[in-house]
Design a protein around this ligand. Sequence first.
Ligand code: SF4
Ligand code: SF4
Length: 179
Amino acid sequence: MAHVVTDKCQRCKFTDCVEVCPVACFYELDQQLVIHPEDCIDCTACVEVCPVEAIYAEASVPQEYQASIQFNSAEAQGAKTKTPFEFAVSSIRVLDGSTDGSRQLAQAIARMGQPLYQCQPPTGFPDRADHWMSNGAVVERLNFAVALSANRIPGTTVRIDDSMKSIALKLGSPEFQKR
Ligand code: SF4
Ligand code: SF4
């Protein structure tokens, strides 16, 4: 079960809910926020601060807002962007590869914007798309995809069945950047 943001949230100017959520599971759409159903830990902190009482436990959503349950689920899925580390790991996995975690792999992840073990804020690296997907970072993701699919990262090997170009395009696609 998870908590659900209903239509009452539309065009709200307050985001108190985001500030109190201990697991950062709110996502912003054009008109309102939604909650990622797999990340919510049902702590109820957001319920208490929402000025328009827009948030309900899934089992307690009033009849007129039942559609919001599906809306939160459908919209929240895929809303998170993979961090560079997650992108690298999922790329290696999807190509049935293996790695010894070499310095060159860590350097490639750092070039994509996530120097491992060097995060300053105690809250850790964010997972918002705008943080990770600057133009320079996107180019570095494509460079990584090309290097990986060509088996040019020392200590890391992948199995190549398709053409290198099609693998690089797959890894560089917007869909593959989502969790
Ligand atoms: S405080 Fe309530 S109405 Fe405002 S953004 Fe959060 S859920 Fe929406
Ligand atoms: S119930 Fe807790 S974990 Fe779930 S969205 Fe609200 S503040 Fe976040």
